[in-house]
Design a protein around this ligand. Sequence first.
Ligand code: F6R
Length: 607
Amino acid sequence: MCGIVGYVGSKEAAPVLLEGLHRLEYRGYDSAGVALVNKGRLKITKAAVRVNELRNLVGTDAPSTIGIAHTRWATHGPATDANAHPHTDADSRIVLVHNGIVENYEDLKAQLLEAGAQFKSETDTEVLAHLVGSCYLDGISLEEAVRTALRRVEGTYGLVVMDPRKPEELVVARNGSPIVLGVGDGEMFVASDVAALVRHTQRVVFLDDGEMAVVRAGDFRTFTLDASSTTKEPTLVDASDDEYQLGTFPDFFSKELHEQPAAVDRALRGRLDEQFATVRLGGIGLDPHELRTIQRVKFLGCGTSYYAGMVGANLVEELARIPADAEPASEFRYRNPVVDPDCLYVAISQSGETLDTLAAITELKRKGGKVMGAVNVIGSAIARECGSGVFLHSGPEVSVASTKAFTNMMVSFAMLGLMLGRVRDLSVASGKRMVTGLRALPGQITEILQQSAAVEQVAAQYAGSSHMFYIGRNRCWPIAREGALKLKEISYIHAEAYQAGELKHGPLALIDETCPSVIVIPDDELLAKNISSIEQIKARGGAVIAITNTTLPEGLCDAVITVPKSEPELDPVLLNIPLQLFAYHVATKLGRDIDKPRNLAKSVTVE
Ligand code: F6R
């Protein structure tokens, strides 16, 4: 989605801003712009171009120690130079960049037009600029003007406003769209994502919804929309700039895919308790007695995070024998859900900023629900809103399509299931089995990654397909869905996931020699049934690519990728890795831009 960078300090702002925009490119955008101030004169450079081209357009003729910059992902109006941010009011007394959507922009625009405003773009953001300008009267400070304007705005915003005549401060606001301040030494940064500022500072302040800040080179002040001061201490981000660099990898997807052994290792570190055959998840903040009062567990998330929730529900049911299910947060928030006070709700999010998931949490809390987070980004809105939970510790995930965060979600839910199980009836022996299984995962994932070349050969054979089925059942049904999603996202091949037992109830009609099936087939109690599903597909001329941890009958499948055996409950963690590799190699064969899949953005902070 859109990206914001702001700077005020003593350095030249343009390189800081452009480098910041470059760090946000992974989020997807279609135009970019920068506003700088030199000797009281505002210079805006914006166009429907990539950041690299913007760099050339900005040039070096406007040295400025303050500035704001933006990458836009079109919502109101197409990707044109005029619609790109920054936007100004009529006399360019203020200039601003904005992420989010002004829902009542048509009403506001009508009122501003009536008052004589003229618009140069089709954006809701320009309406916001004129609105702030109309409130910026003599004797009123910029922060007051922004506050007054925002009281009339319905919708979401992450906003940075600057008055070129006062090149010493930025006014910042957040509602539903992330804004983080970076605290430097005599300089301050503003961004929509820490990725844009970690190369300068690791001391950050996350703004809350409904919060504003006035940022100057040497300090910052935070307050609410009704001007009450808030107290914010900088925290340290646990990511370094290196983690946002490609290193020797061609793209972030493969980098993060290959980082999974280390990511899982981080998630497990300090949490496995061999002595009591359990795990320590201190962040949940519930003692054994409270853990025992949980009667149900419900996982909520979107996309890949929802599929991780499905894996989590299976794990909790199997290990703790507590009824559990998963639901897309995007559905839950709109269906007036019955909230059960004895249920533990788990909100899952890599970014910690997904609006649908955040809205589900708000609804839950409003109805007295007990909700914990399973979040990757420390300090993110969902982490703060939940207040307790499990951090995923995947390290920053830059690729739009998730890999390592999904794996760490599954691993975290295996730990949650184990912890809940061990305060109930899961035996010491079963607990030990799980702890041993968890500990082995990083090494086993490394082994699977070493088969990348073999998976590539299979991918080359099937990259020309227009459709594929992904088949799984029970524990591996969610990863069949995730595998199909991954293929769709980065290769644009249509892929549909089905439970093996459902094939005969309809989808078999689509199977022929043009439609291969990827089948996830673990060595579990359903092996024989899965083999007969493969036979049904083969009988109709369909090719079968098996992802398995056992030896299948010779000649049964057209391709077989074998992973090491784990504990059955952990099968999805290992069997998912070849699905990621397969999607990656198919997409590469098709020449796709893996890190920037079309129409997609990394964190979805709009409805
Ligand atoms: C797919 C993917 C998305 C996200 C979804 C939720 O590869 O990454 O489906 O999982 O948009 O995002 P988070 O987890 O950040 O809430």
